[in-house]
Design a protein. Structure first.
Length: 598
C-alpha cells in the first residue's frame, strides 16, 4: 500500500492541547537522554537493549503520573529513531573526519595558512605536514570498527604507540569537536511533534476511531467537505478527554476524489496530530494499492537527466509502437556490460522527440552558494570562539586549582582562599567573559541552524516544483518515466562551477534523495510507470553510432566524434536515457541512417 498525508484542518490549540504538547516535549527529551550514549566512541546499543533502557524511563514517567502512559509510549517511539540516527551520524562523522584528516578548505585562514577542515581551527597552525601525513597513514588501513576502537583507546589514555603527543591531542580535539556537534536530540519550545493516533489515544477506543475513519473516508470518496469531533486521551491518566475538531475542506476532498479510480481506491487508514508552538494540525493517512504497471499500452516516454546546473532536463519521446515488456533490456547491468551494450546497439529516427524542457537551477545554486558562504563565515567565527573559550577555561581552572579540561560551573564556587586580590578579580573577569562568549557562540550556532533550515526549505520548494513538472508531462502523454539510478550529485573540485566544500555539502546532503523521494512517490501515487536505468556512459554515448567516448562531452556541449554534430549536453543525456531501453543491435538497423561499426 502507498501512503500519504492529507490536511484535515487546524483546530484551535486549546489549553489542554498546549499542556499535552508541553509535557510530551519534556518526556520525549527525557526518553532521548535515557538511551543516548554518553560519548561518541561508546558502542551504540542494539535495539533490544535500547528498548529495555527506554522502557524503564517510560515506566518511571508513568509512575510519576507526569504523563498518560499512552502518550509516554508515543514519546518513546518518537525519540528512539531520532537518537539511533544521531548516534550513527556522530560515529560516521568522526570516522569520516579521521579518514579525511588531510582535507583542506578552499579558503585559507586570515594568515594564509591552509585550513584543515576536519580539525578545530587552531590545529591548522599547530600541525606540520609530517604530522598530518602520519595521521592520514594511520587512518588509511582502519575500517570503521577498528577506528572506533582506536579512539576509545585514545580517550582512555592508553598508549597506542602510534601517535606523538601533539598528534594525540589533535585527534582528541577532533573527537571533542564531533562530540560537541552531535549532541543528544532535544525537543525545545519551538519543536513540532507528530503522533499517529491509534485506538488507545481516542476516547471510545476502536469503535470511535473506526466510526471517524468511515465517516471522513466516505466524504473523501464523494469529494465533499466534512466536520467531525473526537475526544483524545488526556495528558494524565483517567483525565477528561481533549476535544479535537476534524475539518475536511472541500478543496482537499475534491483533489483526492479527482484521482480516484476503481482499480486503486483511496481510503482513509489513520489519523495523526501535529502540535506546534502556536497551532495544531490534524492529518489523515491516505492509503491506496500500488499500481500494476501495464507497459503494453505505453507509446510515449518522459526521460530525465538530473543535473546540478540544470536541475532537470526532460525529453518526451514518441515510440513507433507500444512497449513490448519482454523485449526490454536488463536494467541491472554492471558497468562493463553497460558499455558493451551501448557500443553494440544504436537508435535511429524511428523514435521521435515531441517535446523537451530544461529547468535551469542557476538561481537556485546561486542562492545555495550565498548561504553556504554565510555558513563558512559563521563556522570560522564559531571555531575561533571555541578556541578562545578553551583558553579561558584553562586559565580559570588553573586559578581554581582544577584539571585544565574540567567543566566551568555557571556559579563561581570553590575559589581558593589563598588567591590574592589581583588574581581574584582576574578570575571573576574571566568567568564573566567565559559565559558571555559561551552565549555568543550559542547565538552564532542558532544563526547557522537557521541558515541550514533555509537551505532545507529552499531545496524542498525547488525539488517539489521540478517533480511536479515531470509528473504533469507524464500525465499529459500517459507516458512511462525513465531516469538514471543515481545516489548523489556533486561538483568535482576541478570543475569550473566548484564553489567550495560547504556549497558541495549543501547540494550533496540529501539533494538527490530529496528529489527522488518527491518525484518518484508522486508518480507511484498517480499510478504512472517508471523505470531506472544504469547511469554508466549515458552522458558520453552517441546513440546513432554506438560510439562511447568521454571526450564527446565537453562541458555544456556534446559533440559527436563521428560527424561533429552538437547538442546541449544535458538534453542529449536526457534523450540518451529515453532511448536506452529501445536501442537495437547494430546489424539489424538500416544502413540508410549512415550507421557504421566502430
Amino acid at each position: 500500500m502507498l501512503k500519504r498525508m492529507a490536511d484535515l484542518g487546524r483546530p484551535a490549540l486549546s489549553h489542554d492541547l498546549a499542556e499535552l504538547r508541553a509535557r510530551c516535549l519534556v518526556v520525549t527529551s527525557r526518553m532521548a537522554r535515557s538511551g543516548f550514549t554518553t560519548h561518541v566512541t561508546d558502542p551504540i546499543p542494539d535495539l533490544k537493549s535500547l528498548d529495555e533502557i527506554m522502557l524503564r524511563e517510560q515506566k518511571s514517567v508513568s509512575e510519576e503520573k507526569f504523563l498518560n502512559v499512552v502518550w509516554a509510549e508515543k514519546c518513546r517511539l518518537l525519540a528512539k529513531p531520532a537518537i539511533i540516527e544521531q548516534m550513527k551520524r556522530r560515529q560516521k562523522n568522526l570516522f569520516g573526519c579521521f579518514k579525511h584528516i588531510d582535507t583542506v578548505g578552499d579558503r585559507p585562514l586570515s594568515d594564509g595558512t591552509k585550513r584543515l577542515v576536519n580539525l578545530p581551527e587552531e590545529w591548522s597552525r599547530r600541525l606540520g605536514e609530517a604530522d598530518v601525513s602520519a595521521m592520514k597513514a594511520l587512518a588509511e588501513p582502519l575500517d570503521f570498527n577498528e577506528a572506533m576502537a582506536f579512539f576509545r583507546k585514545l580517550r582512555g589514555g592508553e598508549d597506542t604507540g602510534e601517535v606523538s603527543d601533539l598528534q594525540r591531542d589533535a585527534l582528541l580535539a577532533m573527537m571533542d569537536q564531533v562530540q560537541e556537534r552531535f549532541q543528544c536530540p532535544e525537543w525545545d519550545s519551538e519543536a513540532v511533534i507528530q503522533f499517529h493516533l491509534d485506538y488507545r489515544c481516542i476516547k471510545g477506543t476502536k469503535a470511535a476511531l473506526t466510526s471517524t475513519l468511515d465517516k471522513i473516508g466516505a466524504r473523501l470518496g464523494e469529494g465533499k467537505s466534512a466536520g467531525h469531533r473526537i475526544s483524545i486521551a488526556s495528558h494524565t491518566a483517567r483525565g477528561r478527554g481533549i476535544d479535537l475538531d476534524i475539518n475536511l475542506e472541500r478543496s482537499v476532498a475534491r483533489d483526492i476524489h479527482k484521482h480516484q479510480d476503481s482499480d486503486r481506491p483511496v481510503r482513509l487508514s489513520g489519523l495523526a496530530i501535529e502540535l506546534g508552538p502556536e497551532t495544531a494540525q490534524v492529518r489523515g493517512v491516505l492509503a491506496r494499492p500500488e499500481a500494476q504497471d501495464d507497459l503494453s499500452q505505453i507509446t510515449h516516454v518522459v526521460a530525465e537527466d538530473f543535473g546540478v546546473v540544470n536541475t532537470s532536463s526532460l525529453v518526451v519521446l514518441k515510440l513507433p509502437r507500444p512497449v513490448d515488456p519482454a523485449s526490454l533490456p536488463d536494467t541491472g547491468m554492471t558497468k562493463p556490460k553497460a558499455e558493451k551494450y551501448l557500443r553494440s546497439h544504436v537508435s535511429g529516427e524511428e523514435i521521435e522527440v515531441v517535446e523537451s524542457l530544461q529547468l535551469s537551477g542557476r538561481n537556485f545554486l546561486a542562492r545555495i552558494n550565498e548561504l553556504a558562504g554565510k555558513i563558512d563565515r559563521l563556522r570560522s567565527e564559531i571555531d575561533l570562539g571555541y578556541t578562545r573559550l578553551s583558553r579561558l577555561r584553562r586559565e580559570i581552572n588553573i586559578l581554581l586549582r582544577r584539571d585544565h579540561d574540567a567543566f566551568v560551573d555557571e556559579a563561581l564556587a570553590g575559589v581558593p582562599s589563598e588567591l590574592n586580590e589581583v588574581d581574584s578579580k582576574r578570575l571573576t573577569s574571566m568567568h564573566v567573559r567565559f559565559f558571555r562568549l559561551f552565549a555568543a557562540i550559542g547565538k552564532l550556532k542558532e544563526r547557522r541552524r537557521g541558515i541550514y533550515r533555509t537551505i532545507a526549505g529552499l531545496k524542498k520548494s525547488w525539488f517539489g516544483y521540478v517533480s511536479n513538472i515531470r509528473m504533469r508531462l507524464a500525465q499529459k502523454y500517459d507516458a512511462m518515466v525513465v531516469s538514471e539510478k543515481l545516489d548523489y550529485v556533486t561538483i568535482p573540485t576541478d570543475d569550473a562551477g566548484y564553489k567550495g566544500r560547504t556549497f558541495n555539502r549543501m547540494i550533496n546532503n540529501g539533494a538527490r534523495s530529496q528529489y527522488t523521494s518527491r518525484a518518484d512517490d508522486k508518480l507511484a501515487w498517480k499510478g504512472l510507470p517508471q523505470i531506472k536505468i544504469p547511469s554508466f556512459f549515458t552522458s558520453s554515448t552517441d546513440w546513432r553510432h554506438g560510439l562511447v567516448d568521454k571526450a564527446q562531452r565537453r562541458g555544456p556541449i556534446f559533440k559527436s566524434a563521428a560527424d561533429g554534430k552538437t547538442w546541449d549536453a544535458d538534453m542529449h543525456g536526457a534523450e540518451m536515457i529515453g532511448r536506452w531501453l529501445f536501442l537495437k543491435p547494430k546489424e539489424t538497423v538500416s544502413q540508410a541512417f549512415g550507421l557504421a561499426a566502430e
